[in-house]
Design a protein around this ligand. Structure first.
Ligand code: MF3
Ligand code: CO
Length: 262
């Protein structure tokens, strides 16, 4: 498989796609309150997709065909949680909202974990560490660094906090398709892996577990949970590598070569 590097014009198109993803994620995340079902959260995203005139990257994806436009993964659910009418958010839940769509034929993909209501210190510590792991990974997305520098940054942050990193799911190249080469692992050895070049666009998505890194997939064929049912958090951004540094396409405050902040 080959990495498709993007021109600056293509990256600018991806930025437009990514800003829509960021806006829709904002809308869904703001709706995360105790008492709402994950099915209702998905409906908010469906309405926003219609309004914005974009196409879901998730609906109908793979086998069995993914049945929704968001993945909503609560507490011990790591990723790929299928929205359900009977999955109702409770006070303190950790809710990962993952959303991807196409605009101008270009895909953007992003996820955030938010806490419903006040939450606990334990939940906040896991969410903050996972967000920080992604920020440290983004800082490694520079020309002439190596691909494993990214995963290594995630791993040392997460493990340094006493957490574990999920290994069976990875980040990915992204562009005209949601999943392109290269796979982007959330662990690694500094200085190893392919050299990072200008025009690389990747979705980096650390999944961090409070307990063991082991994963189990539920009978619905999608929902991935921690084997020990410990809490898990997930953040994802779509990032373009330019000569001056990373441009976090799904982060509105980022500009070419400047990562910005959430
Ligand atoms: N952001 C996830 C990924 O990159 C979610 C896609 S799974 C899907 O794989 F089935 F919903 F598309
Ligand atoms: Co992704």
């Amino acid at each position: 498989m080959k990495i498709v590097y993007k021109s600056l014009d293509e990256i600018r198109l991806m930025r437009e796609s990514a800003l829509v993803v960021a806006a829709i994620l904002d809308e869904v995340c703001q709706a995360v309150v105790p008492g709402i079902s994950t099915w209702e959260l998905d409906r908010i995203a469906r309405a926003a997709i219609k309004r914005e005139g974009v196409t879901s990257a998730f609906l109908g994806y793979a086998q069995p065909p993914y049945p929704a436009v968001t993945c909503i993964s609560v507490n011990e659910e790591i990723v790929h949680g299928i929205p359900r009418r009977d999955k109702v958010i409770a006070e303190g839940d950790l809710v990962s909202v993952d959303f991807g769509s196409f605009k101008h034929g270009m895909c953007a993909d992003s996820a955030r974990t938010v806490i419903a209501g006040q939450g606990t210190a334990e939940g906040r510590r896991l969410v903050d560490a996972t967000r920080r792991a992604l920020d440290l990974a983004i800082a490694q997305c520079r020309v002439d660094n190596r691909l494993e520098d990214i995963g290594s940054a995630v791993q040392s942050c997460a493990e340094g906090e006493g957490y574990s990193v999920v290994r069976v799911f990875v980040g990915h190249g992204i562009g005209k398709r949601m999943h392109e080469d290269p796979p982007v692992h959330n662990y690694g050895t500094p200085g190893r892996g392919k050299r990072i070049k200008r025009g690389l666009v990747i979705a980096v998505e650390p999944m961090v577990n409070a307990g063991s890194p082991e994963v189990e997939v539920l009978d619905d064929g999608w929902t991935a949970v921690t084997k020990d049912r410990s809490l898990s958090a997930h953040f994802e951004h779509t990032i373009a590598v330019l000569d001056d540094g990373p441009w976090v396409l799904t982060r509105p405050s980022s500009s070419p070569g400047v990562p910005g902040h959430d």
